[in-house]
Write a protein that binds this ligand. Structure first.
Ligand SMILES: NC(=O)c1ccc[n+]([C@@H]2O[C@H](COP(=O)([O-])OP(=O)(O)OC[C@H]3O[C@@H](n4cnc5c(N)ncnc54)[C@H](O)[C@@H]3O)[C@@H](O)[C@H]2O)c1
Length: 489
């Protein structure tokens, strides 16, 4: 039996969850206080980059079981379940999660319920938050009605969010109210009936499962990154090591890809929040602490690696950077290693031209003046080195020979290990540096390519990304400056 659902917060989690619930047959309204977002959705535009989402949204809007609104009070009315999927970033200057979006949403919802309603917290919140929300909403709910909380952490990954939601490893929810549990089971019945595991737990347990899972995955990445450092010294290959250990089913192959360090909208803030919760309860969390520290150090190590590849200094070097997002298949740049690295490289005097297939508008806000190009080729023209920071399929699909030919010095620093040496070598790159393996000094550019380069040097400078991606017109004059300019703050 379908459930009347409202979702407060129509971001990466709220929008995907709403569209998927609608596709499972429920009647869904997604609410956001960002009018631009809701207007875009009501005009058929998807405000985020997520493969398959536009088709899923438009199908369910047409079917009439998915709507969007800014009107929270009106939209909550008559709903059996109202999900909270607002952000829980780190509180500025602390490790703690900032819960004010959650608390505000909970109060707004509770003040407007007009029947028995489950307020389901899908946002990632520290242990104790659901109980606190229950306490707060008690005072807001109109007397004749009732609202209870349920914790239902979300495990989807950006880039494969629909697949993850529709084919979950598990569904977790915790509630202490029987009626709420029945509604939660009805919501997830279409997935439970397909055989996906539903784990019902206490509220605190559900809350902690999410943090324990994210911290564990972050630890796995930090571990393989440190193994990668050792591989570089002793002459081993980290990808083969990862395969070798990942085949052990007790370890598993996922999240053993060495790279520039973890980032994104979840791991950094969630590991910090777990650390803060543990500290509050005076419980040592040494392994999580170590992973955070290791990940911070990794950024310096990667910066050094790039400097070394550029003969010890990036000052005055023209660098092409591929990838601004924290991973491929998303436009999310929150705590992306690329952002910090570009900032640091720019401070060291590098002139950067960056390309990202999702053209993340948020990157130009974080790095004002960053020169973003509309294509991979535009980014590498006349570059002294190419730095690959994100694992986009589009980078793997690039014509490496063409890239090498356009570069002033065909050096590739591949921080995602997207290629093999043989391929890079055969395409004209002089130097191929990767993660977790001794770098290869290759044979040098082929004569034909050198000739091609000479011809290219008289070509006009590459075109910049269209004006619409640059929200600050005062930055535009810099774009007309010499190639590779980046004035990131
Ligand atoms: N992004 C992920 O991959 C992911 C995965 C699992 C869990 N989570 C968790 O889910 C939560 C949401 O993450 P996200 O990435 O979707 O965040 P987001 O920033 O993309 O979306 C949050 C949305 O909530 C809206 N909002 C805030 N307060 C509101 C209010 N009072 N009324 C209406 N709308 C309001 C914002 O305008 C924004 O659109 C976080 O706790 C996050 O940790 C995220």
């Amino acid at each position: 039996m379908n459930v009347r659902i409202a979702i407060v917060g129509t971001g990466y989690v709220g929008l995907v969850s709403g569209a998927c619930f609608a596709d499972l047959g429920h009647d869904v309204i997604c609410i956001d206080n960002d009018e631009r977002k809701i207007n875009a959705l009501n005009n058929g535009c998807i405000p985020i980059y997520e493969p398959g989402l536009d088709e899923l949204v438009s199908r369910n809007v047409k079917r009439g079981n998915l709507r969007f609104s800014v009107d929270l009070p009106g939209s909550v009315s008559g709903r059996e379940a109202v999900f909270i999927a607002v952000g829980t970033p780190s509180h500025p200057g602390t490790d703690c999660a900032d819960l004010h979006f959650v608390m505000t949403a909970a109060e707004q919802i509770a003040s407007n319920v007009d029947r028995f309603t489950v307020i389901v917290i899908k946002s990632t919140v520290p242990v104790g938050t659901n109980r606190e929300v229950q306490r707060v909403i008690k005072h807001c709910v109109p007397e004749q009605h009732m609202a209870v909380v349920a914790s239902n952490p979300e495990f989807l990954r950006e880039g494969s969010a629909i697949e993850d939601f529709m084919h979950p490893d598990r569904i977790v929810f915790g509630t202490e109210n029987e009626q709420a549990a029945v509604i939660m089971r009805r919501i997830y019945a279409p997935l439970e009936n397909l055989g996906y595991d539903v784990l019902t737990t206490g509220i605190e347990t559900a809350e902690l499962i999410k943090y324990a899972a994210n911290a564990f995955l972050a630890i796995k990445i930090s571990y393989i990154n440190e193994i990668a450092d050792l591989c570089e010294i002793v002459g081993a290959d980290v990808d083969r090591v990862a395969t070798g250990i990942g085949l052990d089913h007790r370890i598993g192959a996922a999240f053993l890809k060495a790279g520039p360090g973890w980032g994104g909208s979840c791991f950094p803030k969630d590991t910090r929040a777990l650390k803060a919760t543990a500290a509050e309860h005076v419980v040592p969390m040494r392994i999580v602490d170590a992973a955070i520290e290791s990940n911070t150090q990794r950024k310096y190590a990667i910066l050094k690696k790039i400097e070394n590849a550029c003969s010890g200094s990036v000052s005055g070097k023209r660098l092409a950077v591929f990838g601004l997002t924290f991973k491929g298949q998303t436009d999310d740049v929150r705590e992306s290693p690329s952002i910090d690295l570009i900032r640091a490289l720019t401070e060291q005097g590098a002139k950067i031209r960056a390309y990202d297939p999702s053209s993340p508008a948020e990157a130009s806000r974080l790095l004002p003046g960053l020169c973003m190009t509309a294509s991979a080729v535009d980014a590498v023209k006349s570059a002294d080195a190419l730095v690959i920071l994100t694992d986009w399929q589009q980078f793997i699909d690039c014509d490496l020979g063409e890239l090498a030919a356009y570069m002033a010095d065909p050096v590739m620093i591949d921080l995602r290990n997207l290629f093999d040496e043989q391929t890079v070598c055969s395409k004209g790159f002089r130097h191929y540096i990767r993660v977790g393996r001794k770098s290869a000094n290759l044979l040098g550019a082929r004569p034909g390519l050198v000739q091609q380069k000479k011809q290219l040097s008289s070509e006009p400078l590459p075109t910049e990304i269209p004006l619409m991606l640059w929200p600050m017109p005062q930055q535009r004059p810099e774009l007309n400056g010499p190639i590779g300019e980046s004035k990131a703050a």
